[in-house]
Write a new protein. Structure first.
Length: 397
């Protein structure tokens, strides 16, 4: 692995890296940084927790000089992710007087307009609010030389495609575009073909495999005992920090109520019906240890960098198998060991099979010893082994 110095980053950025404590580049950084420094467009596929933010942030900051125009625009699907990237960009530009501004919905316009009047160099934004500001004439993108489209698959899932296109349209054609998406379905490929110029591909690791350091299992149970089992599982787990994913906001709220009764538990919740200021507090409190459990809907939590999560619990099997990989990617970050538990009920067997096919592994079924299980046929079921896909046989000429 080359060192950060060998990648060609500028002195102030190398000094900023020294403050972060990163000792060597991650694989995606080693690949993407030299390409971005040569001003190549990049199309990157990478799991969360691989150091993607620094892979684009470091080379961009390295090439920027303070000016009076917006030079770099980063689009993110969620407010939390945007805030996290803003934090990191501030860290990377510690020794360069760059002005980084965060724009997202859910908060008033006043501070954002003031910040824009101060001539930012870098904007990190969610597409909806970004477009609002553009339509109000609050900012000009004519000086954008670096455009980052991050978590593009999620932006598309959230219906941001038209907004994203309109924003890209307002950026100069002469620019460097860095495009990251965990998956590349045709709609995303089409967007990439339109937005990128002769991109270099960077793909790190097996996109499908859950983080190697995570031990994960399904806990089969009857539907009526889902709550009881999850509470018991948490009671018996020696955890420091747990993220629990639910499918709906209602499930998140009712689970939060149950967790409050567990001794030693300091739970909070994160979903889109919670006011932005409370979402920020929940996340901050979870990061600093005020809370040790966070119940979140997937949309609110995807891609968040919450290092040191010791356990992930899925209240239901995710409907979208990629989400399984993303979620359990929250634990086992930065090579720490982590555990991921998924509650499995009979109505979710199909989803469970999809997940196993997607990751090409059979997921172990575990029983919680001494738990007063009501009988369900699921408890007797032995999962069919999942066969690895073989490469297609070569055709004879
Ligand atoms: P990301 O994939 O950008 O969300 O980053 C995941 C985590 O890895 C963050 O906590 C980063 O601060 C951390 N990180 C990024 N690059 C490195 C590196 N080269 N060495 C150690 N940690 C890193």
């Amino acid at each position: 692995m080359p060192s950060f110095e060998e990648l060609g980053l500028s002195r102030p950025v190398l000094r900023a890296i020294a403050r972060t404590g990163y000792t060597e580049p991650t694989p995606i950084q080693a690949q993407a940084i030299p390409l971005a420094l040569e001003r190549r467009d990049i199309i990157g596929a990478s799991q969360t927790g691989t150091g993607k933010t620094a892979a684009f942030g470091l080379p961009i900051i390295s090439q920027m000089q303070p000016s009076t125009r917006v030079q770099c625009l980063v689009l993110e699907p969620t407010r939390e992710l945007a805030a996290q990237v803003e934090d990191q960009m501030n860290v990377f530009s510690y020794y360069k007087p760059l002005n980084v501004v965060l724009l997202h919905g859910g908060v008033g316009y006043g501070h954002q307009i003031e910040a824009l009047e101060n001539k930012p160099d870098v904007i990190i934004a969610t597409p909806g609010r970004m477009l609002d500001h553009m339509e109000k004439g609050n900012l000009d993108l004519g000086g954008v030389g670096f455009l980052v489209l991050d978590e593009v698959d999620r932006m598309l899932d959230m219906g941001f495609l038209p907004d994203v296109k309109r924003i890209i349209d307002q950026c100069p054609k002469e620019r460097n575009t860095l495009f990251f998406s965990a998956t590349m379905p045709p709609a995303i490929q089409t967007l990439a073909n339109w937005a990128l110029r002769d991109p270099a591909s960077v793909e790190i690791g097996e996109r499908r495999s859950p983080a190697e350091t995570v031990s994960h299992a399904f806990y089969p149970v009857g539907m009526d005992q889902r709550d009881e089992l999850i509470v018991e599982l948490i009671k018996r787990t020696d955890f420091e920090s747990v993220m629990i994913f639910t499918r709906t906001k209602k499930e998140a709220d009712s689970l939060l109520g149950l967790l409050k009764d567990i001794e030693g538990a300091r739970p909070t919740a994160l979903h889109s019906d919670i006011r932005q200021s409370d979402r920020t507090k929940a996340l901050q409190g979870f990061r600093d240890g005020t809370y040790n459990l966070i119940v979140a809907t997937d949309i609110a939590a995807r891609g968040l960098d919450i290092s040191g999560v010791t356990h992930v619990v899925n209240y239901r099997v995710p409907e979208n198998p990629e989400d399984y990989v993303h979620r359990i990617g929250r634990t086992g970050r930065a090579k720490q060991e982590g555990d991921a538990f998924t509650i499995l009920t009979a109505d979710e067997l199909e989803n469970a099979k999809s997940v196993e096919h997607f990751i090409e592994q059979t997921i172990e079924r575990r029983k919680l010893e001494g738990f007063p299980y009501n009988y369900t046929a699921l408890l007797d079921e032995n999962p069919a082994p999942v066969r690895k896909r073989r490469p297609a046989p070569k055709r004879r000429r």
